[in-house]
Write a protein of this length. Sequence first.
Lengths: 490, 95
Amino acid sequence: MNAPVDPKKLIKGGLHDWEVVIGMEIHAQVTSKAKLFSGAATAFGGEPNDHVSLVDAAMPGMLPVINQECVAQAVRTGLGLKAQINLRSVFDRKNYFYPDLPQGYQISQYKDPIVGEGEVLVDMPDGTSFTVGIERLHLEQDAGKSLHDQDPTRSFVDLNRSGVALMEIVSRPDLRSSEEAKAYVTKLRTILRYLGTCDGDMEKGNLRADVNVSVRRPGDPLGTRCEIKNVNSIRFIGQAVETEARRQIAILEDGGKIDQETRLFDPGKGETRSMRSKEEAHDYRYFPDPDLLPLEFEQSFVDELAKGLPELPDAKKARFVKDYGLSTYDAGVLVAERASADYYEAVAKGRDGKAAANWVINELFGRLNKESVGIEQTPVSADQLGAIVDLIGEGVISGKIAKDLFEIVWTEGGDPRAIVDSRGMKQVTDTGAIEAAVDEIIAKNPDKVAQAKEKPTLLGWFVGQTMKATGGKANPAAVNALLKAKLGID
Amino acid sequence: MSVDEKTVRRIAHLARIAVTDEEVGPLGAELNNILAFVEQLGTVDVSGVEPMTSVLPMAMKKREDAVTDGGRADAVIANAPETEDHYFLVPKVVE
């Protein structure tokens, strides 16, 4: 918690430099078909109150029965966070009143969570990484949804989400900047998506963050924190941290003190504001839920789940660096999504790993981003891209022609090799033909030839002219060599 | 342990039970009686005794992950005083 302070991360106030300290509680919706304690569907949307069992609506006499897949998902997540798995955990009731919480309490885990301490290795955009401690992960029920804008005097309540399983993942206050906070959530989301335990869809609210922010003078003990509730995008997490830290700094530099409270981030206004109404509800009076026995399982259950875990991003990244000779940066880009990593491996298999990475990252990802298309919907398959990489490797086409070919495959589809044949895109390696083109250009431009002897950079102009004359199909290496010889440039 | 008037009002509010001023005093006395009774349990030496969660040693029952319920919005809202389009309607609550 008291790691050396990095001056670059400090925030400049009017009077002093300040260090911001951030911890997060992430609510991740468990990927499952049915809810945590009932057989109703978890599917997003649906007609109002259609995905609701009488358990979720808290009808008298209804009893919760746990969904064992939700338990397995929590254990898998714990394993992915290199965390302690608790073979015995306890469900408690967290009591408060709100219209979308029909039970009057949320079934959660308080003293004895299913997962204990773990860690996440976080990668920063500059290639460095650091570790964030995980304090715990527990299972709990989601609440229903209230709509406040349908009627001037009434709130509308839909319980479709009520009872869906959530994992609350609590980090230690190990984050020191908005950039680190964003990188942490990004990495956690990636891990969850690899594990298949949460789809990480923040737009649907399937992953949301409560962000605890405090500030202090470097070296001082922790300041009083405020909790910013329910931030639902990674960008907003960064903005919320910045905004809240500056608010607190302004108060402290004016000689004021911070009230520990719950706040909301308003992205439209770019401010956080107090949620005073919730203040009083903070007495949750937790007690063990008498409807549920302790959750117990054997170590063998954990071991079995561990065996079924996929290769996780950190391991995959290390393997890409080692096996394919990639830079850590490129490897990091490729493993950010499991589908991207799988695609890359399909292209790289039996080929030059670096060339494959260049094509996947620069051409394919570039184009996908431009068109806002996900890797799952890519019009260029791994086989097609692999064939393009092969054609370059074999010297059949130049890198420049390959980009045209990529474009054709993207828009029209088809077998790249056949397209190269049928459209005459093969590069000219026949030195005779290239020489003819070079000679013609030299003959036409005696002035440039004379200049080139003084100014060798003019070579580029000759290369360009030759490529143009050959329709871009001349082998660039051959063109270079020929021109150098003829112009007398070393 | 004993409860004062302030605590009685607080507990009543947390439970959303309307308690009149006249009721606060007698309720406090009742609660204190109950607490005193429960406090007798504190005299029993339970060191080394595991808390009991169930009379019979049994494992928690678990379900398969299958959708077996839902699709009964009419029944879910049947007792609601006010509804519209299968939503529950409640007095407006806004943060």
